[in-house]
Design a protein around this ligand. Structure first.
Ligand SMILES: N[C@@H](CCC(=O)N[C@@H](CS)C(=O)NCC(=O)O)C(=O)O
Length: 196
């Protein structure tokens, strides 16, 4: 498999974390989004949406959208529960991540890390929703090690990607004990070097 990605992008790292955990071999092809490399004619043949991540499977077919990709990679593995209801609960969180988490936490990080904004210059409405997303996660993790079914799943991986770097977007993870411990747990299980 070929992963087209930017290694500073949480959406792209979801694919790396999943493939590494499952022992799926891949080649990482760097796409620099800041240089417009996701909008070239050649790249639009791979992903007409003009974004990373995208993967090219061994049979030549392409797939985009981070959560669709990790869902595909995790089929039949320990990262996806067998039970249909629990699978839907995984999807529930992954849809939530894309609509109510990443656009706030990921975008505030983008504003600070890529656009050079200060913490105070972030969009206030995104900050507010990002804070609410982290509070929601902290409450959901009360008394639990993982989001779904007592084991690591792709729902954890989808949420981990931007949550573990939320401080780069000006958010305070240290204050959310359940989230902080869950990040450590995920990093350990996925063999990712801890950031803090
Ligand atoms: N919903 C998409 C979001 C993908 C996305 O926003 N990709 C960003 C990098 S994190 C990108 O390619 N930005 C460049 C652009 O939109 O021009 C996913 O989950 O894969």
């Amino acid at each position: 498999m070929l992963i087209h990605g930017d290694d500073a992008s949480g959406n792209c790292l979801k694919i790396k974390y999943t493939a590494d955990y499952l022992g799926i071999s891949y080649e990482w092809r760097a796409v620099d989004i800041m240089k417009g490399e996701a909008k070239t004619a050649a790249f639009l043949c791979i992903n007409p949406m003009g974004q990373v991540p995208a993967v090219t499977l061994d049979d030549g077919r392409h797939l985009a959208q981070s959560n669709a990709i990790i869902r595909y990679l995790a089929r039949g593995s320990a990262l996806m529960p067998e039970d249909a209801y629990l699978q839907a609960k995984v999807d529930e969180l992954m849809f939530w991540e894309q609509y109510s988490h990443e656009p706030y936490i990921g975008t505030c990080r983008f504003q600070m890390r890529y656009q050079g904004k200060t913490r105070e210059e972030r969009d206030a409405w995104r900050v507010d929703r990002g804070e609410r997303a982290l509070d929601f996660m902290d409450s959901q993790l009360h008394g639990k090690d993982w989001f779904i079914a007592n084991s690591l799943s792709i729902a954890d991986i989808a949420l981990l990607a931007y949550t573990r770097v939320a401080d780069e977007g000006g958010f305070d993870i240290a204050a959310r004990k359940n989230v902080r411990n869950w990040i450590r747990r995920c990093e350990q299980e996925l063999a990712i070097s801890p950031r803090h």
